[in-house]
Design a binder for this molecule. Sequence first.
Ligand code: ADP
Ligand code: MG
Length: 723
Amino acid sequence: GSARAAAISSVVNYKAGSAQGFAEEDTGELFNSSVFSKAEMKKRLPKDVFKTLTKTIEAGQKLDCSTADVVAAAMKDWALDNGATHYAHVFYPLTGLTAEKHDSFLSPDGEGAAIAEFSGTQLIQGEPDGSSFPSGGIRVTFEARGYTIWDVTSPAYLLENANGSTLCIPTAFVSWSGEALDKKTPVLRSMQALNKQAQRILKLFGHDDGALVSSTAGPEQEYFLIDRHFYFSRPDLLTAGRTLFGAKPPKGQEFDDHYFGAIPDRVLAFMLEAERELFKLGIPVKTRHNEVAPGQYEIAPMYESANVAADHQQLTMTMLKKVAEKYGMACLMHEKPFAGVNGSGKHVNWSMGSSSQGNLLDPGDTPHANAQFLLICAAVIRAVHKYQGLLRSVVASASNDHRLGANEAPPAIISIFLGDQLTDVFEQIKSGGAKSSLPKGQLTVGADVLPALAKDAGDRNRTSPFAFTGNRFEFRAVGSSQSISGPLVAMNTIIAESLDFCASHLEEATGGDPEKLHGELQKLLTNIMNEHGSIVFNGDGYSDQWHSEAEQRGLLNLKTTADALPALQAEEVRELFEKYEVLSKRELESRLETYLEQYCMTIAVESNLTIEMARTLIFPAAVRYQNELAATCANLQALGYEFDTETLDKVTGLVKALQDSVGELESAVTEVASDDYHAEARHCCDVVLPAMSKVRDAADKLEGLVADDLWPLPTYQEMLFIK
Ligand code: ADP
Ligand code: MG
């Protein structure tokens, strides 16, 4: 316990430096100050180039070479003016992390000096050594080349480091044959698909002004903060991101005094600085009150175009970790760092809108807008019902398995929460709009005013994985460590498909006659609700009763990642992604393989770590204590005293249980030797994880018995409550 004692004393003696908050700056000037923003471009680019670039950005097209050269030169000047020495193509591999390839601006000029160089080609395209990133077999070594291509819709920015700063260019990462190797490419493709179908719906309602419809996202990030000394004295936190051992603290979250409680000074200082850094990067965040668990917090930005939101979310995670370090803390993004304590999620708020039509999921207050809103809402209901398996699979990971369905997070069953009011409207639509019992009489789409929906603030249904929250949907099953790209791709694409279905149906049924629209719409909505309404559930998603009811409704309940990932193989999922040109069959297969592999790898790391920690940390502590007790017993008995061996017996029993379970885990781990990732994932889920639990069970019981000064690992109590 000496490392542990040292950790505690370091925490207790921690002196916070002064925080760099907002006080000394004007927030207006701070915002976007590290971004090559539109304003900066306007200042630095010739008028015609600026215009071309803006158009390209708005249409999401590729930049031509001569424009790229001018933009690159201006970007380089801006970066050098602001202390940059390097530039980096930033990309988003399938690991869900952010990767960077750094290059110096300086090139030798052949005369012993160096000149700052950065051409349009260097801006637009890069070639990182991509062979070390997972590609699920798409890129075998002989064709190991991958290219990064500037995503003009996501602005470049400067990231400061100890020696200056780096110009960061957000890019898509593709193989030489143009196949997506990353998380960004399909987001861009799915946004295009959604725009195309949304335009058809808008046209039906006479809104064909051509303004681009973008999906929008606002992700709420939950995380834990603990002191770094604790972090470094826990090999499991350090390597696996979560504690593989640890008895439940005597004081847990049951007191609820953490939620909305006072934020400790050090944490507050951290929050202010993180906010400030994110503001500079153009990320409009607002940090939050304490979350449910002790040591848990949340940060959420204002929503942005989905693609930019996804990049900004990655940057937010990076920045939170970096700033936490500066304040002597570790920021834990894992979905379940501490067993028995609330886990962390990432609610992805999703909607779509255009500059001229605004938010398309805003119910509005005219019947006309209502009809359009109801159609889009019904399209979402249909999409979520039809593609439940896909939505479940995009939030599947080894770490999120510890959270979903754990009575603190949405269940693994996908359903939609609509709220009472909207549910009532759809119930009436379901019965053909002929419900006479309502005071208003028959509710007809487009003729009657939809009652203004109450913005359901305050305490809402927290148990639903997919909830309508007044003017957007909130996908709550997403895990805290996850990239939001997968969920965004799924939402964009399934809703594009649903809008396509609705538009095709209405175009045909009305034959282009706008007079027929509302009648046909009414029929369509009734059909959709009859076929897909079973996905709507407003009750308590944590209850056992919901599990049996969901089964009766025929809804999927894919409990673990091993159950959920194969949903990506479904014929309709493959067709969906192919039809809307979001992912080819090969790209989809490569993803499935990569995610299964990641699942197996995560569990392999955790199980090996469990064995190692049990052997080298917990077993030695337990036998030392056992020896102490045995010695005391022998000594006392030699003197003729009685010694109650209850504790000694328990410890002895548990030491044996620990040894036996470690042995079992070891053989479970060695049985994993299959080329088939599906079989391996099943084995990990069904055999390895339960074997790990058994080891933990014995170890956690020992923690409650072994003398505290002999216990080698910081306890839950220490990590969560000493700040
Ligand atoms: P809470 O869910 O705790 O009530 P907020 O009301 O602050 O949180 O909003 C949560 C998130 O929803 C924010 O990131 C916000 O920007 C986002 N959001 C609001 N409107 C939209 C929209 N139209 N599209 C996407 N996200 C949105
Ligand atoms: Mg929320």
